[in-house]
Design a binder for this molecule. Structure first.
Ligand SMILES: [Zn+2]
Length: 133
């Protein structure tokens, strides 16, 4: 269902704590083109092909609505996925714990990750990399 991820070069990324303290980490980020976002969103809408199948499961209508909303939600998220975070490694500026952050996927604005040691939220700041198609 998912396309193979392109290899992304590692770029420096800042991990910023609310007080302004920051450390430098390493991130792998893919810039998504408008064409990729459109085609990927359409792929997510293919979930709607399940509607004729789930319609036969009682109580019929709730399953159809669920699949409709799930497909639309996933397509909407793909359509606004301008950048994808593939990997993030760094040191927490609050407690100093070095770790791989698990909050990957679509990069939000701002993208927030949580330190697994001190449980504080850290903002990720990364420069724009070259656009990949
Ligand atoms: Zn921490």
């Amino acid at each position: 269902m998912s396309t193979p991820e392109p290899r992304a070069p590692e770029v420096p990324a800042r991990l910023v704590f609310a007080s302004g303290e920051w450390t430098e980490g390493r991130a792998q980020i893919v810039e998504r083109s408008p064409a990729w976002r459109r085609s990927s969103a359409l792929m997510q809408l293919s979930l709607w092909l399940l509607i004729p199948i789930v319609f036969f499961i009682p109580p019929h209508i709730p399953w159809v609505l669920l699949v409709l909303m799930l497909g639309a939600y996933r397509a909407f998220n793909r359509f606004r996925e301008h950048r994808t975070l593939l990997a993030l490694h760094g040191v927490c500026p609050k407690c100093g714990t070095e770790q791989n952050f698990p909050e990957l996927g679509r990069m939000k604005r701002p993208h927030v990750v949580r330190c697994r040691n001190c449980q504080w939220d850290l903002r990720v700041e990364a420069p724009l990399a070259g656009a990949a198609s």
